[in-house]
Structures are given as C-alpha cells and as structure tokens.
Design a protein around this ligand. Structure first.
Ligand SMILES: [Zn+2]
Length: 130
C-alpha cells in the first residue's frame, strides 16, 4: 500500500511482529512478561489445588492468592510444594516443577509443570508422564 511501515517487532527489532511472535516468541518479553504469565497460571492452579485438597486459604479469590513454599491440608493428608527442586539420583535439567502434590498417606507425588506455549511449540511441550 506504499507505506513505509516496518514489520519488525517494536521491542526486539529482530523478527516480524506477528501475533505468534508477541504471544510466545519475543526475546524481550520472554525475560519478564512470559514468566509473569506462567506464574499467574501456576498461582491459579495452586489456589484451586489447595481449595480441592482442604488447605486453609487466606484469600477468597485466586488472583489475591500468594502461594507458600509448603502448604499442608487440614489433617495432613496432602502436602503441596510450590516451586521446589526435586532431588534425583542423576542430573536432570529443569528439575523444578511448578507444583508438587504429595499424598502423605500413599507416599506418592504428582509433579505439575506448566508450559504456556505458542501453537508452533505445542509438540515440543506436550504433556509427559514419568
Ligand atoms: Zn520481539
């Protein structure tokens, strides 16, 4: 249309400013904004897990919730860990899942790691069961 509009991202100036780039691929936004978004999703998940497992909550709404490192349900049946390293026999990169739900009666754990990926990364980030 004979305009001199630059198609490069206004933040990083490296890639075309597409929706996909803004939502999940900009190196400038990745440093802070994508982490904040990830943490907000984990916070809501943490709030709902606490609510479902009978953990005493200070706040009524998830968006007011500030996850503690360790939460224990009333009666001690379930412990919920937030952002804790997992000790392993061998070195595993990224061994810090967002949430760990430990069933203290069964002695089992469920590890929840949240990935908010763009469409082009969905295959890389598909759910894994260990
Ligand atoms: Zn960018």
């Amino acid at each position: 249309m004979n305009t001199e509009t630059d198609s490069k991202c206004r933040l990083c100036q490296q890639f075309d400013e597409t929706i996909d780039h803004i939502i999940s691929a900009c190196p400038i936004l990745a440093k802070e904004q994508y982490i904040k978004r990830h943490d907000r999703v984990c916070t809501q998940l943490h709030f709902n897990i606490c609510k479902e497992t009978g953990v005493q909550l200070d706040k009524k709404h998830w968006y007011e919730h500030v996850p503690k490192s360790v939460e224990t349900s009333q009666g001690g049946k379930v412990t919920i860990l937030w952002n804790q390293n997992v000790q392993t026999d061998r070195t595993i990169p990224n061994n810090k899942p967002g949430i760990i739900i430990r069933d203290n009666e069964k002695g089992t754990c469920m590890l929840i790691d949240v990935a908010i990926s763009g469409d082009r990364n969905v295959i890389k980030k598909k759910p894994r069961i260990f």
